[in-house]
Design a protein around this ligand. Structure first.
Ligand code: C2E
Ligand code: CA
Ligand code: CA
Length: 569
């Protein structure tokens, strides 16, 4: 007899049978499916048997989804069961309302099988991390004691991510008459501190900040270090004075006398519903933080309606991506890379663009991070690579030679073991050589899964592709990474060149990175070059390749081909 593994139970609540059938179809392999036609029936089932996840239609007769959600979140037997709200396109921002009421995520009808699966999987994975482990361990008093020591981050002595989530939600849920705020902190260019100074200096900054945060929440809230240089606080909103907090934090850090401008930025989410997942509260505070990061005048921001619009835009992007790709709304732009010595273009980078019929041009900065979260980037990158091959084939036909193209890789692309074979096949199909495509990888992708990525890059290099490390200097351990990494070219992060004309520090860093690359026998590309002064400086320190608006903005392929044609004359 086979070892029967008990399946998790999914409750699908929808008044329209066909909608239930579709979802059941997606998940019947993985889950035991139970169906309910309306809210009342759903609650009855919840009372009778164990359910692991609920897919909940928002618009239903008898008792609507909001009511079910609200009852579940206020009943401690059900409040931990993740709920994914299902809505139709026309229902405006009911998704946002459902999320605010504690839904773990939402999906829109008509269902896209990939999106639905990914969202359910994400929700379950998140839940696993957040609650289950914690709940089980908490059963034994001894373990609780043990954890009290372990659950504190060993570097800073405040809670780690998991325990911050747990403590914060306990605190907020047991004091529902108090309004809390979640404050998310991040240090700008912390990795530079780690690179420029000893790692101990970085640790000292983190410990000092942690000690200060601990003092701030003493007796009223919770503080945690989520990862690296990211901290979070949960405290009653009427005790929060962000100006005072930032000033005091600055002076605590200044007292360390580190010769580098270390600035904390913060995002604040005023909690309107204590039963929302802390993860989501953190996302919103983070969203607020992203609006001020790097701006010296504004060091913090509150989550507000505008950000809510951003969430809605994200929803639009996720809903429409597949359709948009099929409809040809995506295309590549190409930005030339100029060789100073050669005095001509030595390469170009392919950059994806989304021309939306209603919303106009949508920047990859808006959608690439979302697609990296839901996996769609893999499909989109394949599209980009193929477009690049088409362009190269056209160049070859027109001019008898090609200018190599760099393509961007996402770390997710590497999960496919047959990636190299795919590339070989692609090149063969278009009658091209590996030397005509260069691979751009960001530093961050290496940090994620170093061994796997190192091996994959090695294989690509052996096959004749050149590998570029993109955004060099923006990650946490840029310099130490260089020791182990097989790359041919460093592309220096844009932020360095932006300040070279005004900051002698930025200039010194740039000069040394360029020298370092030379010593390591690597090429260097400086991107984001916008002014003549920058070029003069870069020439003086011996840079060879430059990319930026000064030479050319990213061009549509027709314009790029025209440029090549002019150059060929
Ligand atoms: P990246 O790879 O670092 O690309 C460089 C970005 O800098 C591009 O933004 C480019 O338009 C912009 N840029 C170029 N010259 C200048 C300049 O002189 N000044 C300034 N301020 N900016 C300049 P874009 O096209 O918006 O792309 C943003 C990011 O989206 C890219 O950063 C890359 O990480 C990602 N991305 C773009 N296309 C793809 C793609 O096909 N696949 C993947 N996985 N990611 C992509
Ligand atoms: Ca790039
Ligand atoms: Ca870059």
């Amino acid at each position: 007899m086979k070892n029967a593994v008990k399946k998790s139970v999914m409750l699908i609540v929808d008044d329209v049978e066909i909608n239930r059938v579709i979802l059941a179809q997606f998940f019947k392999g993985e889950y035991e499916i139970v169906e309910a036609e309306n809210g009342e029936e759903a609650l009855k089932i919840l009372n009778e048997r164990k359910v692991d996840i609920v897919m909940l239609d928002i618009v239903m007769p008898v008792m609507d989804g909001f009511e079910v959600l609200s009852r579940m979140k206020h009943d401690e037997r059900f409040s931990d069961i993740p709920v994914i709200a299902t809505t139709a396109r026309s229902e405006g921002d009911s998704e946002v309302r459902a999320m605010e009421m504690g839904a773990a995520d939402f999906i829109t009808k008509p269902y896209n099988p990939t999106v639905v699966r990914i969202r359910v999987r994400n929700v379950m994975a998140r839940l696993e991390n957040e609650w289950r482990k914690v709940e089980q361990a908490a059963q034994s008093q001894q373990i609780v004691e043990m954890r009290r020591t372990i659950e504190r981050d060993s570097l800073t002595g405040i809670y780690d991510r998991e325990n911050f989530y747990r403590r914060a939600s306990q605190l907020m849920q047991s004091n529902t008459d108090v309004q809390y705020a979640i404050v998310y902190f991040d240090i700008s260019s912390f990795k530079v501190v780690n690179d420029l100074f000893h790692i101990e200096t970085g640790n000292l900054v983190l410990r000092t900040a942690a000690a200060y945060f601990k003092h701030v929440v003493e007796g009223i809230g919770v503080a945690g270090r989520l990862e690296a240089d990211h901290f979070a606080l949960c405290l009653p909103i009427d005790t929060l004075n962000m100006d005072d907090l930032i000033i005091a934090l600055d002076s605590a850090i200044q007292s360390l006398s580190i010769q580098h401008n270390i600035l904390f930025y913060a995002g604040v989410y005023p909690v309107s519903n204590a039963f929302l997942l802390v993860d989501q509260m953190i996302d919103r505070a983070h969203m607020a933080l992203n609006t001020v990061k790097g701006k010296y005048q504004h060091r913090y921001a509150f989550y507000d309606e505008k950000m809510r619009d951003m969430i809605l835009e994200e929803q639009m992007i996720l809903r429409e991506m597949e359709y948009a790709l099929d409809e040809g709304q995506f295309s590549i732009n190409v930005q030339p890379i100029y060789g100073i010595k050669e005095k001509c273009d030595t390469g170009a980078e392919a950059l994806i663009r989304w021309y939306h019929p209603e919303h106009g041009l949508i920047s990859p900065a808006r959608f690439v991070p979302l697609f990296e979260r839901n996996g769609f980037i893999v499909k989109l990158d394949h599209f980009v690579w193929e477009e690049c091959c088409k362009l190269l084939a056209e160049e070859k036909k027109k001019f008898g030679k090609v200018v190599p193209l760099s393509v961007n890789f996402s770390r997710l692309d590497f999960y496919d073991d047959s990636l190299l074979d795919y590339f070989k096949e692609l090149l063969k199909r278009y009658d091209l050589e590996p030397s005509m495509l260069k691979i751009e990888l960001t530093e961050v992708s290496y940090t994620d899964n170093p061994m796997q990525i190192v091996e994959a890059t090695e294989r690509f290099r052996e096959a004749g592709f050149k590998v570029i490390m993109d955004d060099f200097g923006s990650g946490y351990s840029s310099l130490s990474m260089l020791r182990n990494l097989p790359v041919d070219i460093l592309k220096i992060d844009m932020r360095f060149v932006q300040d070279v004309a005004t900051s002698f520090r930025a200039a010194a860093i740039m000069k040394n990175i360029v020298q370092l690359a030379k010593d390591l026998d690597m090429g260097v590309i400086i991107e984001g070059v916008e002014t003549k002064e920058q070029i003069e400086f870069l020439e003086e320190i011996g840079c060879d390749q430059i990319q930026g608006y000064y030479f050319s903005k990213p061009l549509i392929t027709e314009d790029y081909l025209d440029r090549l044609e002019r150059a060929a004359k």
